[in-house]
Ligand binder design. Sequence first.
Ligand code: ATP
Ligand code: MG
Length: 440
Amino acid sequence: MRLSRFFLPLLKENPADAEIVSHRLMLRAGMIRQHASGIYNWLPLGYRVLRRIEQIVREEQDAAGAQEILMPTIQSAELWRESGRYEDYGKEMLRIKDRHDRDMLYGPTHEEVVTDVFRKNIHSYRDLPKILYQIHWKFRDEVRPRFGVMRGREFLMKDAYSFDLDMEAARRSYNRMFVAYLRTFRRMGLTAIPMAADSGPIGGDMSHEFIILADTGESAVFCHKALLEKPTPESVNYEGDLQPVVDEWTSLYAATDEKHTENHGVAPEDLISARGIEVGHIFNFGLKYSRPMDAVVQTVSDGTIPVQMGSYGIGVSRLVGAIIEASHDDAGIIWPDSVAPFHVGLINLKAGDVETDRVCAEIDARLSAAGVDVLYDDTQERPGAKFATMDLIGLPWQLIVGPRGLEKGVVELKRRATGERYEVSMETAIDRLIAPSSGS
Ligand code: ATP
Ligand code: MG
């Protein structure tokens, strides 16, 4: 992609209304533009990141045995009357009337809809377990939309729902999602801490929020420091017993307070007190919807019982902001390779110079042919401005090409995260960027 043609409306100044760094950087880097309070347009650079995050989430859900579906955004209020939540949900729910004066709503979540799909199509224990998920837009009329995409009103969520015959099976589904979440966030370069969440009496110990540490986070976190260093399970057999893995993580203290640290054997020097961003939430809610909505299955002994359910959310659009909170410096964003909008920013230091243009065009073509995403700055800007732009938008690699280097037969490769620079031949630069270890 040539920068001269790319729709990338950068802002020179910090937008006054953006309180936290990720929101500022997303606006400055031309990733998003606000449409209305808590509702955003995703511009090409931002949308590329959103799609990469979505794809990691999808791959890990699929690997864990979940199946992707797509449910409607506009739902009928009828189902919510059946579950008893229509009146309870309050003002966060955007309520709509259709032309026949029927009550509709823009889905803030999909337990009712998925339970309806289940009860109309699955009737036997033989068809269990099932985990269904979607990656789709939600609307919640938040009291205080803020921090850009971190607390929007319209936001992209991955929501999965599990259906099992009994509690034991429900725990297996829960564990699958638990492990899938660890892997999902790690692939995005994040260290997510599973924190036991208060789920009331229903889910027992089966409710965890996944939190990443950031000073601007809305939740308080107290946790054992070992959680931050723990390696994520690399290869997982989802058919095997995942309980030991889950136990390993949940036995380490993580909570919104430090009330019971001594019961968990956390020495004061091992306790981290920080703030965090909730990027995911998983919980088992038993029969909460299946009972009132009559989602039952035939058992082995020919009776029927309501199905055990759980739900598993990931804040896909929130993650874009959360990753920036975790990975930036004074100059701008530092994308982890796995979610970067482009892998390389190719900087032409003298656009219009025949030889420099020729070499840049060749590099662009060869990298693109090898499947490496390149953003080629072919504009007439000053070098200083070009460097600043590339640092701001945070692509993992910069490849800098100018007439002076070319005379010596070299180009310059810069790693955004570390600032390390290498003077190498064009061939070496291309090889390095194509190599799997470069993260492309
Ligand atoms: P919060 O406490 O932050 O409001 P929640 O408990 O309402 O979150 P869930 O209903 O569990 O959230 O939704 C699943 C995930 O969706 C959350 O973990 C979060 O990452 C994301 N999410 C929730 N609300 C928003 C929002 N207003 N904007 C962006 N992402 C959100
Ligand atoms: Mg909420």
